[in-house]
Design a protein around this ligand. Sequence first.
Ligand SMILES: Cc1cc2nc3c(=O)[nH]c(=O)nc-3n(C[C@H](O)[C@H](O)[C@H](O)COP(=O)(O)OP(=O)(O)OC[C@H]3O[C@@H](n4cnc5c(N)ncnc54)[C@H](O)[C@@H]3O)c2cc1C
Length: 396
Amino acid sequence: MKVVIIGAGVSGTLTAVGLARAGHDVQVFERAPELRDGGNGVMVWHNGTGIMKDLGLRLDGLGRRIDAADVWSYDGRPLMRTDMARIADELGTPGLGVMRGRVMERAVEVLPPGTLRFDKRCIRIEEVGTGRDAHVVAHFSDGTTCTADLLIGADGYRSVVRRHLFGDVLPRAMGLASWHGTTKVPIRLESEHVVPTYYGRVGLCTIHPVGEGLIHWAFEVPWQGALQHLPAGREAADASERPRAGSRLAALRKDFGTWAAPVRELLDAIGEDDIGVAPHLLHRVDGPWGRGRITLVGDAAHVVPPRVGMGVNQALEDAWVLSRVTATGDDPAAALRRYERARRPRAKRIHSTAKMMQRVNPLLLLLRRTRRGLDGTKMLRANILRGSSFLNDDVR
Ligand SMILES: Cc1cc2nc3c(=O)[nH]c(=O)nc-3n(C[C@H](O)[C@H](O)[C@H](O)COP(=O)(O)OP(=O)(O)OC[C@H]3O[C@@H](n4cnc5c(N)ncnc54)[C@H](O)[C@@H]3O)c2cc1C
């Protein structure tokens, strides 16, 4: 089949890998003049690295293996430890902290030459014909078109494809934002393979080693900006969209400056220009994701806030399932509906987790009264795997 993918972000490039491996003729159209491989660190959980291997992507030298995730209170008391190495032993594949762009690079290196087309902004989609003769036409801002058997919207949370299918349905802003960056910071961490996150009532601070001597750090704080004005990539650049006026660094120091040592040291080491602001967004996922020969993947279908750490993982799961359901030569529209049915329960669970995690700070802080904190390994294992039975079932 000929497949057109709109958007060459993480999900567009990964879906292209999956569909090319399933034997399809794939073209990815990206509006930017080159691959937008910027961004900060992301988590690829154990099932995500398993999918990467299955899609034929190299893992060697990619990011940092994460062996444990620790939750601390703002004043440095242990609340929870999650043994990710144990999950890795059990599942046979590691969890990684990695720069977003590095995942895209690994996808692009296995794509057939000429798969990616840049400077191609999709402005309109046309659905032509019915049944076996149906096809889809993508129209681009330069006046060109491309006709295909299937069209996949991988064009992020403000997707043109989503708008074509369902009208202008923006995700919900959750009232929080990550103030984050990735820099070399001379702070003392327990290990390059442990992610510490500090929780307080005002927000949280998380510190992720992502390899290459870099650390991705993020502070979660309240955010009340206007979603409509956000540029792509979710960074709120305009000062009016900042949670509070004035210097970002000064605001962070005011809220987090008295926290436990690595947080204070981090705030001494970063500069004003290092701090980007990414609002937390959440799509409804219980409605349809597609129609006829069209479907959605990644943030176009199910954007979630970074606290859940599932953006890249969900893109991998989408790519993997799509590659399986389209490999049989069955009716293409029916294959897309199978993909949506397989993925929706998982996306719904992640959606619920995202809503629950937004309210979890006061509960976690109750654990300050315990001496050693909880073991979160079972909970994480369940979160990684729950609802992903499609990875074991034959979704074909
Ligand atoms: C530049 C950038 C930086 C990011 N940084 C982070 C980060 O630091 N941390 C984090 O958790 N998440 C980040 N994200 C979001 C993260 O990539 C996603 O949450 C997740 O990986 C799913 O990706 P996606 O491919 O569905 O969406 P995206 O990564 O948003 O990719 C969508 C792609 O579609 C393209 N596109 C959009 N509209 C059109 C159109 N009409 N025609 C053609 N192409 C179009 C965009 O230019 C973009 O390349 C970033 C996204 C971008 C684009």
